[in-house]
Design a protein around this ligand. Structure first.
Ligand code: HEM
Ligand code: SF4
Length: 551
């Protein structure tokens, strides 16, 4: 993992001291809320419906056990004993008291974490594939590049006041697990014909009120040019992006307005000027960062691992969990484990302090001390020996963390919605809870098969509803919470925006509506088809007809 140097430590210390002073002045009435707002937002502190909310960055979703334990400690000591992991690999604390924030920032700094650039019109936390560095299907560890981008983008003087927030995601495999086509810039590692690795650069994707799938601006960018090319994109956007209208300020609107070819030309022109500047990455610079992500000392373990296979044979519940929650590891004898934060009736992405502490302990015991946060709001233990999986699963069960539902209908992504968020039209969490209770039966989930169901409490789309195979969007219909349903959304390399099925439903009808869609799918699916396969084959019409048959 990346380790802070002395400069990093000193910088965070100074920054917290500065904010401590600003908070003291606010509490003493020397600063008005209007004066204080930009200062708190620079430190990830929002004012929500009921309380302050602190958003803490988890760079590229990687955490050490020590950091996870500290996040749990913060939840216990200064919040209501839980935290919410988000679709951008951050954690949010929803019940923060203003006068505690400087102490919280100090506690974060102790473990090399902070809340800087988790808000505002700057480059936000760079997100990455949660299986980076361990996935069997990976071309290269994307965290090295995410870290290089993080260092370049943190406090970048030119990009602190962009027209709007800016989000970059990166994936190291052909299969995109980081939703890169739905980011302002998406990077996908590629190998060219000569066998060299580089990036496909995608630009202008985004969700919110204008969902757009990003377009490729460059098929192959050699690695040494990564920063100069990103700089050229950001400069072009910073100059030409709209500042007159909040809703038209994202880069996706600029790219759509000028067209990808013209935009690419402008970027290329800028890039030629700076390509060979100090931004060009020297091999030793890259190597220095790579060293932080050197693979751990794995044991040599022969496959198949007898104990693992035997446990699967004798324990069907464990076997079911291994079918959904494991991912192939690069190293023989190891597995990547996704721990579900989606128990039936639970709040997607929430973890209690006890769970965070237990996850930290389990990471130390079974996963070489490391954890990841997935954008689907789950936790990953990346390095588990197969012979330890059964024991790990049992211990996860003791913490209510052994749900076998990754990639299934109850693995719901949801934003906080009207329970917390002051932009919300409708609640999202209770809808997620009802749906996950309704479909809790493991046999039913397995029969339905792989599917994504995403919920947002308003059109800002923090819950990725546009790109869920089923998307649910909270809308306000004459003061009453309603929900609009889309189908056909996809978040990976085949990214697509879902299509609206028709008029929205009141909260009490949403579960029935989803049930109707699933029943329709089960009736018309062909052998081996997933939900999205069927939607792509038949279109939305059959679903629309059954959904509105009785309306
Ligand atoms: C509760 C406080 C939050 C506020 C005030 C907030 C605000 C917003 C706004 C205004 C947008 C639309 C930006 C635009 O299109 O220009 C947005 C987008 C987004 N937010 Fe949030 N958000 C909050 C929490 C969250 C949470 C909890 C998550 C993750 C679960 C999240 C993840 C995202 C994502 C993924 C997008 C869409 C991607 C994009 O930027 O195009 N946000 N948020
Ligand atoms: S989608 Fe809307 S309701 Fe949900 S967190 Fe984002 S801004 Fe709030």
């Amino acid at each position: 993992m990346y380790q802070y140097n002395e400069f990093d430590h000193a910088f965070l210390k100074d920054r917290t001291a500065e904010f401590r002073d600003q908070v003291a002045r606010r509490l003493a009435g020397e600063l008005t809320e209007d004066e204080f707002k930009p200062l708190r937002l620079m430190n990830g502190l929002y004012l929500q419906l009921h309380a302050y909310m602190l958003r803490v960055a988890i760079p590229y979703g990687t955490l050490s056990a020590k950091q996870m334990r500290q996040l749990g400690m913060i939840a216990k000591r200064w919040d209501r004993d839980w935290g919410h992991f988000t679709t951008r690999q951050n954690i949010q604390y929803n019940w923060i008291k203003l006068d505690d924030v400087p102490d919280i920032l100090d506690a974060l700094a102790e473990v090399e974490m902070h809340a800087i650039q988790t808000s505002g019109n700057c480059i936000r936390n760079v997100t990455a594939d949660q299986f980076a560095g361990v996935a069997a299907d990976e071309i290269e560890d994307s965290r090295v590049w995410a870290e290089i981008i993080r260092q370049w983008s943190t406090l970048h003087p030119e990009f602190t006041f962009l027209p709007r927030k800016f989000k970059i995601a990166i994936t190291g495999s052909e299969h995109d697990r980081a939703a890169v086509k739905l980011h302002d810039i998406g990077l996908r590692m590629r190998r060219n014909e000569a066998g060299e690795t580089g990036f496909e650069v995608i630009v202008g994707g985004g969700q919110g009120r204008t969902p757009i799938v990003g377009e490729t601006i460059r098929d192959f960018l050699p690695k040494q040019h990564l920063l100069s090319y990103l700089e050229a994109i950001l400069r072009t956007y910073n100059l030409l992006g709209r500042r007159d209208n909040l809703y038209k300020a994202r880069i996706k609107i600029l790219v759509a307005a000028v067209g990808i070819e013209k935009f690419a030309e402008m970027v290329e022109e800028e890039w030629l000027e700076i390509k060979d500047s100090a931004l060009a990455l020297e091999p030793e610079q890259i190597r220095a960062i790579e060293e932080h992500f050197a693979p751990p000392q794995y044991e040599t373990i022969a496959e198949p691992v007898a104990g693992f296979d035997a446990a699967r044979f004798t324990d069907p519940a464990f076997a079911a969990w291994t079918r959904t929650n494991l991912f192939p590891h690069k190293q023989p004898g190891y597995a990547v484990v996704t721990v579900s934060l989606k128990p039936a009736g639970g709040v997607p992405g929430d973890a209690t302090s006890a769970q965070m502490e237990a996850l930290a302990d389990l990471a130390e015991k079974y996963s070489l001390g490391e954890l990841r946060i997935a954008h689907e709001q789950n936790v990953v233990l990346p390095d588990v020996r197969k012979q330890d999986l059964h024991r790990l699963w049992q211990e996860l069960g003791e913490q209510g963390l052994a749900d076998a539902n990754i990639g299934l209908i109850t693995d719901i992504i949801s934003c906080p919605g009207l329970d917390y968020c002051n932009l919300a039209n409708a609640r999202a969490i209770p809808i997620a809870q009802r749906i996950s209770r309704h479909f809790a039966d493991p046999a039913l989930q397995s029969e339905i098969g792989p599917i994504t169901l995403n919920i947002s409490g308003c059109i800002n789309a923090c819950g990725h509803h546009h790109v869920g195979n089923i998307g649910i969007l909270g809308v306000d219909k004459k003061g009453v919470e309603h929900y609009q349903i889309t189908i056909g959304g996809i978040a990976d390399e085949n990214a697509a925006v879902g299509r609206i099925l028709g008029p929205s439903f009141p909260a009490e009808e949403v579960v029935d509506a989803i049930d109707t869609l699933i029943a329709t799918f089960r009736k018309i699916r062909e052998e081996g088809e997933t939900f999205i396969d069927t939607v792509q084959r038949v279109g939305i019409q059959p679903f629309k007809e059954t959904l509105y048959a009785n309306h």
